[in-house]
Design a protein around this ligand. Sequence first.
Ligand code: ZN
Length: 162
Amino acid sequence: MSKLNFRIGIGYDLHRLEENRDLIIGGVKIPYEKGLLGHSDADVLVHAIIDALLGALALPDIGTLFPDTDEKYKNADSIELLKQVYSMVKEKGYLINNLDTNIIAQAPKMMGYIPQMKEVLSKTLDLDADYISIKAKTKEHLDAVGEKRAIEAQAVVIVYKN
Ligand code: ZN
């Protein structure tokens, strides 16, 4: 039995950047010469948020819930997967208090797309945009992310008993 009426969750994800793929982050299509590689639409930010929500409730992670061996999830819209996970959160009797995230990418510049991402997430999670934080960082040209070969995302969420 938890002593507090809230739970915290952490999520992390990374996808490789490849040619001939759309770049979709936070449910927003971003014009770029490459996109993220994955079985679904590879929305790295939404995947980190999904894992944070599942982690907060100590549920199996995204890879267990939506296996990449399942044809059903091929090119899946990650926002639709997030909707399913948010329903699970509500079924467990919880709502989201706030969400804090990082997108770590050397390129392209994320700043201009963040308001739109917040709007999509706000609608999907019934959460005022004031409670959604999306920060954009680079890797100072270091490692695979810094060499523009991958994009990472991190998310922390607090859910509270409704
Ligand atoms: Zn992913």
